[in-house]
Design a protein around this ligand. Structure first.
Ligand SMILES: [Mg+2]
Length: 258
């Protein structure tokens, strides 16, 4: 294939903690929750029990705030041995509503990066609750910049493969950008497509659960460095870190885990 007959580049973004802030408020809420249950257990026990119940519930409830809220309630009942009172349950339901009602706060540089990449086909691929995620896309003011918005139940290699197939995207012309190695990077690399890791300052425990510590993936300090990286890759019609490298990237580009 020469540079001229390439499919346009499709650049897909994760949403939570990539386009807008998310996990920071989950962690704030969890701290309040741990305090709420402090009459029955210490912080670490509450965190462990909640995580365990969330993971058990995941296949039933899927990802998202509503699922998290139900797991918080279930964990509260169990941790307290059935003693948790209606005021505390009401407080927990309030945590869920606070998460759902959070105004969308874009991550620094998102709009200018999307502007700079506007000549590519831009996508959102996010997992979680469809209603909540679509509401956030609508509230973000970014919706019309995207060629496609996909809310999926999970982000594994099978799901990505089906998405690329459905939209007729050549994996060699697909770049996924996101904060999670587990969800945004590893399954994409498995398909022979390209991924860019842009870490967020905090990560949900579940997203840390993967075997990809040693994977070599371009890692950016922030989204603002993305257009330059894509230009460097796309200049000769090929994608991938093997064709470029840290040289000349002004120190904003690195290979995870470096
Ligand atoms: Mg994310």
């Amino acid at each position: 294939m020469t540079g001229n007959d390439h499919q346009p580049l499709t650049v897909a973004f994760d949403a939570d903690d990539t386009l807008w802030h998310n996990e920071d408020l989950f962690q704030d809420v969890q701290r309040e929750y741990e305090e709420l249950l402090s009459p029955w257990a210490d912080v670490e026990t509450v965190a462990d029990r909640l995580h365990e119940i969330q993971m058990t519930n995941l296949p039933r409830f899927g990802y998202g705030v509503k699922s998290f809220t139900l797991s918080m309630i279930e964990a509260a009942v169990r941790i307290s041995g059935g003693e948790v009172d209606a005021d505390r349950i009401t407080a927990i339901i309030g945590y869920g509503k606070r998460l759902l009602d959070r105004p969308v706060e874009l991550i620094d540089g998102v709009e200018e990066v999307l502007d700079a990449l506007g000549h590519h086909r831009l996508m959102v691929i996010t997992k979680g609750d469809v209603h909540d995620q679509l509401a956030k896309v609508a509230a973000s003011g970014l919706a019309e910049r995207f060629w496609r918005v996909e809310v999926v139940a999970d982000k594994d290699a099978t799901v990505y493969s089906e998405l690329l197939e459905r939209h007729g995207i050549d994996p060699s012309r697909f770049v996924m950008v996101g904060n999670s190695l587990r969800s945004d990077v590893l399954p994409v690399l498995e398909l022979g497509a390209t991924a860019v890791h842009v870490p967020y300052h905090v990560t949900w425990r579940h997203e840390e659960d993967h075997d990809g510590e040693d994977v070599e993936v371009p890692t950016l300090d922030g989204l603002r460095a993305l257009p330059e990286l894509l230009r460097a890759w796309d200049g000769d019609g090929e994608l991938g870190p093997s064709l470029s490298g840290p040289a000349g990237m002004g120190g904003r580009y690195g290979m995870h885990p470096a």
